[in-house]
Design a protein around this ligand. Structure first.
Ligand code: NAP
Length: 252
């Protein structure tokens, strides 16, 4: 079960953090990869690291907020592989400010990067899936797409990730007729190269102990099983699902 050999998986935000981790997880299951991000040199590094596993890897420099670049990436992918089976929308970034302090630029930056990009990338690659009557789309939202928080004021992030959650349900309902499933993973805090320093502070360690039932943050690779399951042939009747992987944070 969960063998991805022969499948073509497109992953946005593959140049670092969770996208890079899940790209590695997919490659270990045998999937060929199309890696999207702006830092092409990091994607080239990952290609060198993963190709020895026997998979094909196509890195594409792409700003996921730019429709022309996204559409061009989809065309190159279709020309190279002739199909897209799996799309993992993982690219994201945030400007953190509160509801009464955030300016228009900060709001638009976050909504464009975290929500509108999911719409643009899914439109471009979903149309290739539709032609082949097969698709597995997985959106990476956040536990903060399900609840608010009183620790870090980050209103646009909550709004965009909440949008991704309900985008997932609406797209699942709409695309089921093309045999395309659309699901969403809501991670809690995970250690990545960008978050590790903050998450290891005394303050954040105390927060984990108090608010996360598992009493710790997510470790490298702990999203992979969920993503691989949703990407697999075996998940053929699973769609519109919102899967928190957050150590129980949203369960209490
Ligand atoms: N880490 C956590 O604790 C956590 C928790 C919940 C949800 N998440 C979500 O998980 C996803 C990945 O987060 P992460 O922690 O792995 O962050 P990260 O290490 O900062 O990675 C973000 C990725 O998104 C890409 N990206 C950002 N803006 C882009 C743009 N305009 N065009 C193309 N690519 C863009 C970056 O690539 P380039 O800079 O090379 O373009 C990078 O590969 C995000 O959606 C985030 O909201 C993370």
């Amino acid at each position: 079960m969960f063998n991805l050999k022969g499948r073509v998986a497109v992953i946005t935000g593959a140049s670092s953090g969770l996208g890079r981790q899940m790209a590695t997880g997919f490659a270990k299951q045998g999937a060929d990869l199309v890696l999207l991000a702006r830092r092409i040199e990091r994607l080239e590094d990952l290609k060198r690291e993963l190709e020895p596993l026997g998979v094909k890897v196509l890195p594409i420099k792409c700003d996921v907020t730019n429709s022309a670049e996204v559409d061009a990436a989809a065309s190159v992918t279709e020309l190279t592989f002739g199909k897209v089976d799996i799309l993992l929308n993982c690219a994201g970034a945030s400007r953190d400010k509160g509801a009464l302090d955030m300016n228009d630029e900060e709001w638009n930056f976050t909504i464009n990067t975290d929500l509108t990009s999911v719409f643009k990338v899914t439109r471009a690659f979903g149309n290739i899936m539709k032609k082949n009557n097969y698709g597995r789309i997985i959106n990476i939202a956040s536990m903060y797409g399900l609840v608010g928080n009183d620790k870090i004021p980050t209103i646009a992030y909550h709004s965009s990730k909440g949008g991704v959650v309900n985008y997932t349900r609406a797209a699942a309902a709409e695309l089921a007729k093309y045999n395309i499933t659309v699901n969403c993973i809501c991670p809690g805090y995970f250690y990545t190269e960008l978050t590790t320093d903050v998450l290891q502070t005394e303050d954040f360690q105390a927060f984990a102990k108090e608010h996360v039932p598992m009493q710790r943050y997510g470790m490298e690779g702990e999203l992979n099983a969920g993503a691989i399951f949703l990407a697999s042939d075996e998940a053929s009747y699973v769609t519109g699902v919102i899967l928190p992987i957050d150590g129980g944070y949203t369960a209490v």
